[in-house]
Every structure is written in structure tokens, then in C-alpha cells.
Ligand binder design. Structure first.
Ligand code: NPW
Ligand code: ADP
Length: 572
């Protein structure tokens, strides 16, 4: 599990190391360790780009703080590798004095930014030592001009600690920022490394001897030594991201004793005459994501009496259908004949989880169905139109006795919140979830985007899709199906868990619902990772260079890649 921390935590983790360095009479010992890692990774990038290191040129853009000190010490080391190193000082009288002296001793060229004029050099690689943890707001002039000129000329940027112009805690990417190819950070990931992953490029963490406050093994060791530093007692600001290998291990594989029910049945209420494709995409994704079984209920408005009868009436207690099966059922069955269709929510057989909303409409029938789904007492994913309905009828969530997962995109989150600050996605999400939890609703919310955030009031996951190919119509419908299937599997596992475990979870969560405390956030993070992987694979299916830029995809291409993505993640 990747963990990323707030500036406060990072600073308190560094403090004892820096104090020890100062006490030993070598105040820059930690900074030189950081700089050695920075020089190493920069040299590797120079080699990757130019085939060598000796004789290549590196530009340092140096600010007024210790971030600039890192860059200057690294520049001295790169001089030692035979690079030409030019430092441009943004505040010459405030540049780190010992770092500057080290660079000069090593033969680096130093210039104040005022001496540069309009002539910006064209190095092989540029190092952004403008600001790190101490930065706030956008890049200031004239650094913004230098950064954009070099980026436009195709010069790759190495960000020291964080790209300047990206806020460390909120991950806000200001218009004027360094678009980093590589970010080299120290000891612990910062929140921005996950929240603003695309602006950071590849992130390398240099070991400078810090303890990770959220690493249980390290924390245990510290406890055994009875040296638990204050910063270990953290939590609410830590961000998490599962690794691909962890997600691969989490994806269900049927066992010898499994049947179609035991792996979790997901029921999906989706689609309408206006949005028929949403049902097909969501249901097909659920079929593709896990083994087991998928049920489907279409919208009443889409029902036709000429439709085929329901493919299965198991679990309906032999009651007559109260409305005709929908034309949507025909479309779903044409795409995935294994899906079991039902005329109404009430007549759907047992399911371990429900998905409601993709293309489902917002009319009275849709509202009644959302209410009926929530009243089933099963974990429920609310997406798309169901979120629009919830925004206007928030009281509906009171029908939920089991955990719910809301999966808005930015516009739907606008409707739910009445408007939110896009510069602080994680903070806004945490506040919204806290509000739901205060109302007694066991809610988890997944906020979609290139970096998808998932929050359950205690834990926030940030999942970078790795590319932006998933930004295509219908791809959210695919995500709903994948996620619903994985929730159903987790709920089925809960059902088969021992009574003692269920009683314990119910007692700590003060509810009688057998699914209370189900880890919807962890499941949603796995689903988002799988979705991103499917988009990546789909975009590269015709690409002779797997690391190349890829080609446009539609949601059905993403859907078709889901089984390969499952297999790929399992194989990591
Ligand atoms: N100490 C150590 O041993 C270690 C330290 N480490 C390194 O130190 C870094 C933290 O250093 P730091 O605390 O000096 O802050 P830093 O990020 O350099 O910025 C401070 C200056 O920036 C300025 N400024 C602010 N915003 C700005 C903007 N938008 N655009 C332009 N300027 C802006 C602001 O000045 P002012 O606002 O007064 O002009 C302020 O003086 C950390 O990220 C890591 O790289 C590692 O080596 C590990 C060991
Ligand atoms: N820039 C992006 N990069 C990667 N994935 C994205 C990007 N923008 C959106 N996505 C993903 O695409 C999906 C879009 O969902 P949504 O907007 O609900 O689509 P639809 O309603 O058309 O099905 C989500 O999974 C979201 O995380």
C-alpha cells in the first residue's frame, strides 16, 4: 500500500534527523543524502534521454529555500559525473550558501536570473529546485517564463521533492507549475504525489533514514524500542493507494467449493429508453469483472409488453411480475445472455449487492426503484441518475440500512454538495462524507477523475488511472458494473464469515445490518485500479510500442479489456 503524508507529518519526521545532523556539526548531512539520490535519478534520466551522462548539460533553477539547496548539492555531484551544470538563481542573496559553494567548487556555472535576459539555455535536463515543502501558490515570475519556455522546447523537468506550483497538501495544480517528467522525493511520499500524480510524472523516493508513520512494521519496531515519536500518532491526513500487485491479489478467483451464488450476486437497476447503452455497459462490466452471477432490472418507463419473458424468476416466490420486462432486458440479453433479468426490483432474486442509477432516469419510477433498492438492506452503489435523485431527495438515503457507495463525477458532486472547491478535492470529499456519516448514513464516496478519490470518513484512497484514456462517455457505467461485482463478492465473503466475526463487526458499528463495516472503500479502490488498467490496455491494443501514447478508445473497448486487465493485475 502506498501512503502519502501531510507537510506537517513530513516535517516532524525529518526534524530528529536534521537535529542530529546539526548536533554533529554537519547541518547539511541529511540534505546531501537527499541530493545524492536526486543526482542519481537525474543521471539515470539523462542517460535514458541522451544515451550517456558525461558531457551532457543540466540546468538548475534554484529558489530561496532548502529545496534549492538540494538542487545545488545535486548539481555538484552531477559535475562530478562530467555534466555541464548551469545554476540560475532566482534570489541570489538567499540561495543556500553551502550548496552554492559546493557547486562552485565542483566547477558549476552560476548566474542570477536577472543576468539571463531573454536567452534561456537549452539543457538536456532541467532540475526544479524552486520550492518544495515550503512552497505555496503558483510559480512566480520569472520562474514561470523559464519553466514554460524549456517545457515547450521539450526539455524534461526533474522536480526536487515536489513540482513547484503544486500544493503539497491539497495537490492543487496551479496554472503556472512545473510539468515534471520525474519527481525525486525524500523518505515519505507527500499527499500531492498521489493527488497530483500526472503533474509529478514518475516519482522516486530516496531513502534518507525516515520512519514511515503509517507503516505497521516500522511502527511496531519503534514501539518495541519504546521510541514512538509524536508524528507516528497520525492518521486522518494520510492518503493511501493500493499497488497493482495488491489489487491483483484482491481480485476474486473461484474456489473448488464455489458456485454461481457463493461468489456474490450483483443486481443492477440501470438504463432507460433515453440511455439504453448504460445498462448494457454496466451489466457487461459486472459479468466481466468476476465469476458468479449478475441480475438486471430495467426502468419501468422502458418496459414493453412485447418483450420476452424474464429469463429467470428464481427468488420471486412465484409472484406474478408487476410490470412487463423491459426492452432494456432484451438489449442486455443480446449482449450478455448469461444475465438474469427481472421485471422489478421487488421481484429480483437474492443479491449480495445492488447497483442503481447508470442511465436509469430521474422520474417517479426511478425514484421508487432507488428507494426499493436501498430498502433491500444490501450494500448499494449509487451512480449517475441515482445521484441526481439523491441530490434533490436526500431523505432517500435514510432508507439505507446497509453501507452505500456514491460514485459521482465532478458535476454530480456539484449537485450533491451545491458546489465545491476543485482546488481541494480531498478536503471537499472528506467534509461531504463526514456530513453523511453525521446523519447516520454508512456512506463511502468515490469522486471520479484522472485521480479517483475514495473516502469513507476515516481513510482516503487516491487512485491514478495512469493515463487519461478512460475519459470517454460510458466509461463510468463500466466502472459501476466492475465495482458492483466486487462489492457483491466482498459481501458474499462476509456472509460466509463466522457468526462471531459478524457479531463483532455489528457490535463495533452499532447496527444490526450484517454488512455493516464492509470495506467498500478498499473494494472501490481496487475497482478503480482495474478500470484504469483496462483503459490503458485498450488504448494500447494496436500500439506496437507498449510505452507509446496509445490510441483513442470508447467505453466498449475499455469493457472488452476488463478480463485482460484482471489477468494482467493478477500476474504482477
Ligand atoms: N533541511 C533539510 O535537511 C532537508 C530539506 N529538504 C528539502 O528542503 C525543502 C524544504 O525547504 P524549505 O523549508 O526551505 O522550503 P522551500 O520549499 O525550499 O521553499 C521556501 C521558500 O520558497 C519561497 N516560495 C514559496 N512559495 C513560492 C512560490 N510559489 N514561488 C517562488 N518561491 C516561493 C519562500 O520565499 P518567500 O515567499 O519569502 O519569497 C520560501 O523562502 C524540502 O522540500 C526538501 O526539498 C530535503 O533535502 C531533506 C532534508
Ligand atoms: N482525465 C481522466 N483520466 C482518466 N480517467 C478519467 C478522466 N476523467 C474521467 N475519468 C474516468 O472515466 C470515468 C467517467 O465516468 P462518468 O463521467 O460517470 O462517465 P459516464 O457517465 O459517461 O459513464 C470515471 O471512471 C472517471 O474516473
Amino acid at each position: 500500500m502506498l501512503r502519502a503524508h501531510s507537510v506537517e507529518v513530513v516535517r516532524s519526521a525529518e526534524a530528529p534527523l536534521i537535529a542530529a545532523a546539526e548536533a554533529s556539526g554537519d547541518p547539511d548531512a541529511v540534505m546531501r543524502r537527499a541530493a545524492a539520490g536526486l543526482a542519481h535519478h537525474t543521471a539515470a534520466l539523462v542517460r535514458e534521454r541522451t544515451g550517456g551522462v558525461y558531457g551532457r548539460s543540466v540546468l538548475l533553477l534554484v529558489g530561496s529555500g532548502d529545496n534549492g539547496g538540494d538542487a545545488l548539492y545535486a548539481g555538484a555531484l552531477l559535475r562530478g559525473r562530467g555534466c555541464r551544470v548551469d545554476a540560475v538563481l532566482l534570489s541570489p542573496d538567499r540561495a543556500h550558501p553551502r550548496g552554492l559553494a559546493a557547486l562552485r567548487r565542483a566547477g558549476g556555472q552560476v548566474q542570477a536570473v536577472d543576468e539571463l535576459g531573454s536567452q534561456v539555455p537549452g539543457p538536456d535536463v532541467a532540475i526544479d529546485g524552486v520550492v518544495g515543502l515550503g512552497g505555496s501558490g503558483p510559480l512566480r515570475a520569472p520562474a514561470d517564463r523559464i519553466v514554460s519556455a524549456l517545457a515547450a522546447a521539450g526539455v524534461p523537468w526533474v522536480a526536487v521533492d515536489l513540482p513547484s506550483g503544486v500544493d503539497a497538501d491539497t495537490g492543487t495544480v496551479h496554472d503556472a507549475h512545473v510539468p515534471a517528467t520525474l519527481t525525486v522525493t525524500f523518505g515519505l511520499l507527500r499527499r500531492a504525489h498521489l493527488l497530483a500524480a500526472p503533474a509529478c510524472g514518475r516519482v522516486e523516493v530516496v531513502d534518507i533514514g525516515l520512519i514511515d508513520p503509517a507503516d505497521p512494521a516500522q511502527a511496531r519496531r519503534m514501539q518495541m524500542l519504546e521510541q514512538v515519536p509524536e508524528y507516528l500518532k497520525t492518521g486522518p491526513d494520510t492518503l493511501f493507494a493500493p499497488t497493482r500487485a495488491e489489487v491483483g491479489r484482491q481480485l476474486p478467483v473461484p474456489g473448488p467449493a464455489d458456485d454461481k451464488y457463493s461468489q456474490g450476486v450483483v443486481a443492477i437497476r440501470a438504463g432507460s429508453a433515453r440511455y439504453p447503452g448504460a445498462a448494457v455497459l454496466s451489466v457487461s462490466a459486472a459479468v466481466a469483472a468476476t465469476s458468479g452471477m449478475v441480475r438486471f432490472v430495467g426502468s419501468a418507463a422502458d418496459a414493453t409488453s412485447s418483450s420476452a419473458s424474464a429469463a429467470d424468476t428464481s427468488g420471486t416466490g412465484g409472484q406474478a411480475p408487476s410490470r412487463a420486462p423491459s426492452a432494456a432486458a432484451d438489449r442486455v440479453l443480446a449482449a450478455r445472455p448469461e444475465v438474469v433479468c427481472h421485471p422489478t426490483v421487488a421481484e429480483a432474486g437474492t443479491a449480495q449487492a445492488w447497483v442503481v442509477g447508470p442511465g436509469g432516469g430521474t422520474d417517479q419510477n426511478a425514484i421508487a426503484d432507488i428507494d426499493a433498492v436501498l430498502a433491500t438492506g444490501r450494500p448499494t452503489l449509487l451512480d449517475a441518475d441515482a445521484l441526481t435523485v439523491i441530490a434533490t431527495h436526500p431523505v432517500l438515503l435514510r432508507s439505507a440500512t446497509a453501507p452505500v457507495l456514491l460514485t459521482p463525477h465532478g458535476g454530480e458532486f456539484d449537485r450533491l454538495t451545491g458546489g465545491w472547491d476543485r482546488a481541494d478535492r480531498a478536503g471537499e470529499l472528506r467534509r461531504y462524507v463526514a456530513g453523511l456519516r453525521d446523519r447516520g448514513i454508512e456512506a463511502t464516496v468515490l469522486l471520479k477523475g484522472r485521480v479517483t478519490l475514495i473516502d469513507n470518513g476515516e481513510t482516503t484512497y487516491a487512485v491514478d488511472a495512469g493515463s487519461s484514456w478512460a475519459a470517454t462517455a460510458g466509461s463510468g457505467d463500466v466502472l459501476s458494473g466492475i465495482t458492483g461485482a466486487l462489492i457483491a463478492h466482498a459481501a458474499a465473503q462476509r456472509e460466509s464469515a463466522g457468526a462471531a466475526e459478524r457479531a463483532y463487526v455489528q457490535s463495533i458499528s452499532h447496527t444490526q445490518n450484517p454488512y455493516a463495516g464492509l470495506d467498500l472503500a478498499g473494494v472501490a479502490a481496487a475497482a478503480a485500479t482495474l478500470h484504469g488498467e483496462a483503459a490503458r490496455l485498450a488504448a494500447h491494443r494496436h500500439d506496437p510500442h507498449p510505452a507509446g501514447p496509445g490510441a483513442p478508445i470508447g467505453a466498449s473497448d475499455l469493457l472488452a479489456a476488463v478480463p485482460v486487465a484482471v489477468a494482467t493485475l493478477r500476474g504482477v
